[in-house]
Every structure is written in structure tokens, then in C-alpha cells.
Design a protein around this ligand. Sequence first.
Ligand SMILES: [Zn+2]
Length: 347
Amino acid sequence: MKKTATRLADGRELIYYDARDDAVRDAVDERPLDPISTRSEIRHDRLIGDDVAVASHRQGRTYHPPADECPLCPSRDGRLSEIPASDYDVVVFENRFPSLAGDAGRCEVVCFTSDHDASFADLTAEQAALVLDAWTDRTAELAQLPSVEQVFCFENRGREIGVTLGHPHGQIYGYPFPTPRTRLMLRSLAEHRERTGRNLFDDVVADERSDGSRIVLDGEHWTAFVPYAAHWPYEVHLYPKRRVPDLTALDDAARTEFPQMYLELLKRFDRIFGEGEPPTPYIAAWHQAPFTADDREEFALHLELFTIRRTSGKLKFLAGSESGMNVFINDVPPEAAAERLREVASK
Ligand SMILES: [Zn+2]
């Protein structure tokens, strides 16, 4: 893997990740861009104890542009995009419309491929491995920023999820605090340790493996299952068998096996609802330990993949109970979801 860092015309950082060690990335951003002005502010909710990022500059962001104006395609044929090069493998750059910026963290965009019409599931194992390298490198790099406490690599896929650009891409948020979901996990982890002396993540994965009814894929170095109390209609958690706190600690064996595991899960997601159904909208979310958490080494890196589609043509909306009270109602029993995800395995 070769990494080449450069700057866009407005000063934002852009990094190419190339599979070939002799790749040359010297194209210059020739767009007349105004300097970025971002006003991102973190406000603390005293009743709930969580934080809200208020980012008013985002209202003007690019919204469903036509394919020939895609800002994530390479710059070609006189058309200038966010990526100065005429082609690329994987590229990461600072978001021009960040939800978090400056002291309030950092937002980056990850383009998985220069092919506008592909999706992550279409990538080769080599391409997916390069994306994993990029996520890992960004986690290590953002750890160096004083404004970043936790790194969240994720992909929103599909218009139904609110994706405003069709080009296959994901995002990386560097939060200035440990996120609420991670804080809850760390609290459960501490309570379990206190009560049993054991690691909660290890016990959860071991229990799923011994039960077996919700296992979706069992590799040599990774296990994928629908969790016992899945919140979403179809939800899969993917854990490396050797527990590590974040992507930077994954060993080579796990890194090598990851692409085939993840690509297979994504392909199965697209088959859940049968032939002729549009691609399944999903969110893929990497959970990583915050950098300064006391129990950092106890945390288990894992990926949570889920869809908001509950049946053909119907979406699960976060309505009164979910949005008003944080109580999820799941219409699909997790065991049935797991069975479906096994049925649609690649032959
Ligand atoms: Zn594109």
C-alpha cells in the first residue's frame, strides 16, 4: 500500500491509498475554492447527558447531484471534482461540509472506488483490503489529534438512509468525546467485570457461538451473528475472534480474512428481500475503543451492520417509542433474521 497526502485548493487534507507501491499522485486541485468556513458547535443536553453537534453550514451541502457532476468521481475530461487525480484506488479527504470540525472533532469522506456505479459489495477482496488499510490508517492518524477522542468509520448506503451522493463512499467521524453508545457499552463492561470477573464482549460472543441459532457466518478469525436483542429488522455483528480494542490492533490473519467475510455479508444483505428488490439500504458501523477510556484494552472492536428495511418495499421508521423513548420495537425475530441470512449464502 502506498499513501500520498496532499491538500485541496481550500486547504483541506486529501490522502490517496494505492494498491501499487509505484503509484504517482501529483495532480493539483485547480478549482477556485473559497476558504472553508465551518461553524460547528457541540451543545450538551443537561437532562439526557449527551451532546448535539450544531452545524448550520451543512444546509448548503451538495444534494443528489446528477452523475456527471459527482464530486467523488475523479477529475476527468475537464470536469473538476473533489479528487484532483484522473483515477484512484481509495481516497480520503476532509469533508467540505463537516458536522464536526476544529476543536469539535473532524469529519472525513472515504471513497471506496473511482467507479461511480459500483457498491462496496462489488469490490474485489483486494479493494476491500485497501479500504480496511485506509480505515486503520485514519484511526491511527486521528488518534494524534487533540480534538479527537473516538474514531467512527461508517457507511450509509442508500437514499432511504439519507445518502445524498450515489458514489460508493463512507465517512469517518473523529468525535471529541466518547459517544453515548460506547459509554453505555463501557458501563455494561465494567458492571459485568465487577459481577463475574469476566469480559462481557467475550461472554456475549461465546454465548452466541454455543447457542448457534443466530450465527450467520463463522470464519477462522471472525464470527458474525444476529444479536440476541437485535434492534433492527436485519442486524449482524461481526467480531474478530481475538479481541482487540480497535482496527490498529488487528493482526494480519484477521486482516486477511476480513474482506471475504464482509463482502459475503453485504452480498447476503442485498439478497434478503429477494430478486428484483432494489439494493438493501444499510448502515455499517465500526465500534472502536475511545483513546483515553480506562477500560480501553477491555473493549472489543466490532462491526455492526443493519438495515432499516423490514420487508419488501417497507422501511422501519424510528417513530414514537424509538424516537421518543429509546425503546425499539423489532418486527423480525432475530432467529428468523439469522435463518434468512444463512439461506441467502453465496453458493
Ligand atoms: Zn461518482
